[in-house]
Design a protein around this ligand. Structure first.
Ligand code: FAD
Ligand code: SF4
Ligand code: SF4
Ligand code: SF4
Length: 364
């Protein structure tokens, strides 16, 4: 029998595995009739049971169910320990402004703007910073892509932002819904590993408009975090800083807060367990194994981005960007640089898998 949203509630929501990606709501066959909706926290719920046609799509596209895992693994030629790897490269953007605004080396932004200006894509699904967190959007111009770079916050937003509550999460998948009213047909999609897996599942099922996604750019991911004032207070005591002056956040081996006075406060990632979204505790994909290219700061020094090129399409696009928009790291300075980066990705993946296994055992 076809699994429906009620099974999704039982298998994913009740054990706390829903990562609020929004995939089920965005692609519900009865979305125009109002079968599903999202509450203010991003949690999907059935708003009108009568409207559900029991097609099972919501269950199939959910990245937290195991449905279609075999299909997307086969399609992406997935292999142990962290997916297919054609090449690992460490680069940063040629353009100084992009480097300055990027989270790490500004490589995602440099690749996107290069693909857009050379006509290889006609838009990109990204996430832009607002005073209240990140919001998904379909960027159609170079400026809109540039505006989505980095994890900086304007000084005027600083206090408001962290004074109450702030989440690193951005339900990028929901921007796909916008494509129903948008004729763009060659898009790049930027997202966390779970979001990339959801897109791949939609593509495996041939769900419109996932066919408009030409290339998937994944981000390494240790989790999404929901910061609250009381939690920050305890961290401030231990690390002697004021969260109202955070200008940029970044996650690599450690969580780093860049402060307006130039100080960088580094905190072990495990310290963030209490504010990690519960669903992330069950996630096993660190390096976006189903992307065409995955990006992260891990393995690269400050101001550089590690890229794992996974598919022939990813390789072709990356090589083109490398020739025009990226600068390679001086590998001659350390010939082991790439293998050291790969070891770090391996270790982060193993850590994530062990945490997911432990958490899964604890709910059974
Ligand atoms: C939630 C999260 C956790 C991460 N954890 C790690 C980690 O543990 N280790 C690690 O090495 N790297 C991690 N990264 C990736 C890292 O932060 C950088 O995004 C990556 O290194 C690319 O840097 P860049 O300078 O090339 O990207 P930029 O040029 O700055 O571009 C960043 C792109 O990411 C998109 N983006 C930003 N935030 C989100 C979001 N919340 N959801 C979807 N898209 C978003 C933007 O739209 C932009 O297109 C994480 C990213 C996110 C979003
Ligand atoms: S109509 Fe289909 S996709 Fe929508 S809630 Fe029902 S089973 Fe899920
Ligand atoms: S993880 Fe995404 S697709 Fe699955 S139930 Fe939650 S919002 Fe829906
Ligand atoms: S850890 Fe990252 S990829 Fe995994 S569920 Fe959380 S946000 Fe998604």
């Amino acid at each position: 029998m076809q699994k429906t949203f009620l099974d999704l509630v039982e298998d994913v929501h009740t054990p706390g595995r829903c990562n609020h990606c929004g995939g089920c709501v965005s692609f519900c066959s009865a979305i125009n009739y109002g079968a599903l909706d999202l509450d203010h926290t991003g949690q999907p719920f059935i708003s009108d049971r009568e409207k559900c046609i029991e097609c099972g799509l919501c269950y199939s596209v959910c990245p937290q169910t195991r449905e279609l895992d075999g299909d997307i693994q086969k399609h992406c030629e997935w292999k142990e320990p962290y997916g297919r790897v054609i090449q690992t490269a460490i680069t940063h953007a040629c353009n100084e402004d992009i480097r300055a605004s990027g989270t790490d080396g500004g490589v995602v932004t440099a690749v996107l703007t290069h693909l857009l200006t050379t006509g290889r894509i006609n838009g990109a699904i990204v996430s832009k910073q607002t005073g209240h967190g990140r919001v998904p959007c379909v960027a159609k111009t170079k400026q809109e892509i540039l505006d989505s770079a980095g994890s900086h916050f304007g000084a005027s937003h600083g206090m408001i932002r962290f004074a109450s509550e702030y989440s690193t999460f951005s339900p990028t998948i929901t921007a796909l819904g916008e494509l129903r009213y948008n004729p763009l047909d060659r898009l790049a999609f930027v997202g966390t590993p779970c979001q990339i897996a959801s897109v791949r599942k939609m593509q495996a099922l041939g769900i419109v408009p996932s066919d408009a996604i030409h290339v998937c750019l994944g981000l390494f991911c240790s989790g999404n975090f929901h910061f609250t004032e009381p939690w920050f207070k305890s961290l401030e005591k231990d690390y002697d800083f004021d969260h109202r002056f955070i200008e940029k956040i970044n996650i690599k081996e450690q969580f780093a807060f860049f402060l307006s006075d130039g100080r960088v406060v580094k905190v072990p990632i495990d310290r963030f367990d209490p504010v990690r979204r519960p669903a992330c505790g069950f996630c096993t994909d660190f390096s976006a194994a189903f992307a065409d290219i995955s990006f992260g700061g891990l393995g690269a020094e400050e101001g550089w981005t590690t890229a794992v090129i996974r598919t022939p399409l990813g390789k072709e696009l990356f090589d083109h960007a490398l020739a025009h928009a990226l600068v390679p790291y001086r590998y001659a300075d350390n010939p082991r640089y790439i293998s050291q980066a790969e070891e770090k990705i391996y270790t982060a993946t193993a850590h994530k898998k062990a945490m997911a296994e432990k958490n899964s055992l604890s709910i059974h």
